[in-house]
Design a protein around this ligand. Structure first.
Ligand code: SIN
Length: 275
């Protein structure tokens, strides 16, 4: 399929675009993929609707962005271990990803992109919010930018302590490691700077500082990144697929559909060292 058939429809002022005019179960030529990739770089998160794809087809699409990351603790599907299922059952209280976060900052080279495909969605609710971390950085004062320029964050994730009730988590005995990343990250493809952080369960403190010293800065920035004008909200339908760029986006799964089941297939793409 040639690139001329794609239609790009932004869904909000800050970020997010729907891409229409493509069937992801069909082979994709390089020109079309390049246009999709450029749309992701331009809009930070992209969405497709009405797709009917198998885990293998989703995996083939994800591999266009790079090597696939295997989650260290969450097993994947039989036959396609690169794809793992996020299930929230009717009576589950908690949801995976229910805080504003950036995927897998608790690793040395956090994942570049995440692809989420909706298999089963509630009749209402279960939307996902996304925030543009470039805009968050660019709207800070020069004084604040100077203060943050050289700061690094300390990130970890204690899976045992997290209650992602719907997930089947393999045994974890070791204490989780800590990894540092720059608080202001430069995107390796666009060259733009973005605030790079997660919620307090992952981004614990600023390197070289105590929790108490770090919290006023991190707390302010957490609120700043998620200002409504930096966000978009995506309403899922069965067959919707999203791809977001973790180098410049935070996201949150809204937990507002108790009594209904939601099933998503997720793949993450390996990242690069953070700078
Ligand atoms: C996630 O944080 O990766 C899950 C997002 C969602 O389920 O909407």
């Amino acid at each position: 399929m040639g690139n001329n058939s794609l239609e790009i429809k932004p869904i909000a002022g800050a970020l997010g675009a729907e891409i229409h005019g493509i069937d992801l179960s069909e082979p994709m030529d390089d020109v079309t993929f390049q246009q999709i990739h450029q749309t992701l770089l331009d809009h930070c998160v992209i969405f497709f609707r009405g797709q009917h794809i198998t885990p293998s087809e989703q995996l083939a699409f994800a591999k266009r962005w790079g090597d696939i990351h295997l989650h260290p603790h969450i097993p994947g599907l039989d036959g396609t271990p690169e794809v793992f299922e996020i299930v929230k059952k009717e009576d589950d209280i908690h949801t995976l990803g229910g805080n504003w976060h950036t995927d897998q900052m608790f690793t040395e080279t956090p994942v570049r992109a995440t692809m989420l495909y909706a298999k089963q969605v509630p009749p209402r609710g279960g939307d996902t919010l996304f925030a543009n971390a470039y805009l968050a950085y660019e709207t800070l004062s020069d004084g604040m930018k100077d203060m943050l320029a050289e700061l690094r964050t300390v990130n970890t994730y204690n899976m045992k302590k997290q209650r992602a009730a719907a997930m089947q988590v393999s045994d974890i005995n070791e204490e989780p490691a800590e990894f540092e990343h720059p608080l202001v990250r430069t995107h390796n493809e666009t060259g733009r700077k973005a605030l790079y952080m997660s919620y307090e369960g992952i981004t614990k403190r600023l390197a070289g500082m105590t929790d108490a010293e770090s919290e006023p800065v991190l707390g302010y920035l957490r609120q700043h990144v998620t200002r409504p004008e930096f966000t978009c909200r995506f309403r899922w339908e069965e067959g919707s697929l999203a791809v977001w760029d973790n180098r410049c986006v935070q996201h949150l799964a809204i937990n507002d559909y108790h009594g209904y089941r939601r099933v998503m297939h997720r793949i993450t793409v390996n990242g690069e060292p953070t700078t």
